[in-house]
Design a binder for this molecule. Structure first.
Ligand code: SAM
Ligand code: FES
Length: 344
């Protein structure tokens, strides 16, 4: 098994059968070696730097009905909110004072946030904070919408492909959604000049090793600037409430594989990883992650952006999260930096 890790480190790629063996092994020596090489590779390109992104969760309204997600439209128990323009601007102001140079506006697919609304908001943020990057994560929109928001100043877009398998995609989503459209959105975003982030959940119901290999192959084709993966965590008010969540071990292993396959990519240590283990994000950093996304949303709405159960950081003020993460990053031996943190 160690030869497979050596090969991945030396060549940045493996055959499907080698990936299958690595994804299924519990050989500790090989997995320790994967961690060592993932850290070495990340340090070769990024040193000990960890970039900060301030996450602003702008809406819990969503027209989609993904079976895994707590804010799916069929969840009548979900508490819905949307932030006003003034509230979003005040999150940015707070974030800027705390040293953030990237604002990520994420939300459910909410038609309230029209292109006109978003373009005017993005222009105002870029005018007030010209040294900051604006990242959007608003789901699937038309190519024209993506083009207008790019022209208004948006720099990056996060849209996980969720799964690259047609068969699995259909089991996780309602009929009206399609993998084809999701992929089309990602290629449109790339073409328009966004720095693109994609990714998937680990351990989602019905996922097989073969599906994970398909995800890695799709990422090789898309060549995103950022890759976000995190464990699936069940939500009590969804059809997957009784399913098992993704494991820490498999998520860390895939993070290590991603770092070796995509040496220069930006990889966040996600909130979901911090949710399934008290040291999940620290372990993520040691397995190749180089980004953290502390929450800048107003505390009174945090619990309502309820994607999965037991989500962390829902009671803390932005400043508390910033300090907490700084301590965590330093304890893992890395260094928080406040630069924009574009992909190399
Ligand atoms: N609406 C936008 C979109 O579709 O990209 C952004 C918001 S969406 C809620 C953000 C991400 O949350 C999804 O891409 C999905 O991977 C993740 N997510 C949703 N439900 C989850 C769950 N139960 N466990 C872990 N991650 C989840
Ligand atoms: Fe939010 Fe620790 S990162 S409280």
């Amino acid at each position: 098994m160690q030869e497979i890790v050596e090969k991945l480190y030396n060549t940045g790629n493996l055959s499907d059968s080698e990936l299958e063996s690595l994804l299924e092994t519990d050989d500790e020596c090989a997995l320790n070696l994967l961690t060592v090489y993932a850290d070495e590779t990340r340090q070769k390109y990024y040193g000990k730097k960890v970039f900060l992104r301030g996450l602003i969760e702008i809406s819990s309204y969503c027209r989609n009905d993904c079976l895994y997600c707590g804010i799916r439209r069929s969840n009548a128990n979900a508490e819905r909110y949307r932030l006003s323009r003034e509230e979003i601007m005040s999150c940015c102001e707070n974030g800027y004072e705390l040293g953030f140079h990237t604002f990520v506006m994420q939300g459910g697919e909410d038609s309230y946030f029209t292109d006109d609304f978003m373009c005017s908001l993005i222009s105002e943020i870029k005018q007030k904070y010209p040294d900051c990057a604006v990242t959007l994560s608003l789901g699937e929109r038309s190519c024209e919408s993506y083009r207008r928001m790019k022209e208004a100043g948006a720099d990056r877009y996060l849209l996980r492909h969720e799964t690259a398998s047609e068969e699995l995609y259909r089991k996780l989503h309602p009929k009206e959604m399609s993998l084809e459209n999701r992929k089309k959105c990602l290629f449109n975003l790339r073409k328009l000049g966004y720095q693109v982030g994609s990714g998937f959940m680990v351990g989602v119901p019905f996922q097989t090793t073969e599906n994970i290999i398909e995800d890695l192959r799709f990422l090789q084709e898309l060549k995103p600037h950022m890759i976000g993966i995190g464990p699936f965590v069940p939500h009590h008010d969804t059809p997957f409430s009784d399913e098992k969540g993704g494991t820490l071990g498999l998520t860390l292993k895939i993070l290590g594989i991603l770092r070796l396959m995509f040496p220069k990519v930006l990889i966040p240590a996600t909130t979901a990883l911090g949710t399934i283990s008290p040291v999940g994000r620290e372990l993520g950093l040691k397995n190749g992650c180089n980004v953290v996304m502390p929450n800048l949303s107003p505390v009174d709405v945090r619990k309502k952006y309820d994607l999965y159960d037991n989500k962390i950081c829902t009671g803390e003020e932005a400043a508390e999260c910033r300090i907490c993460l700084q301590k965590r990053i330093e304890s893992a031996g890395y260094e928080i930096v406040s630069e924009r943190g574009d992909a190399l």
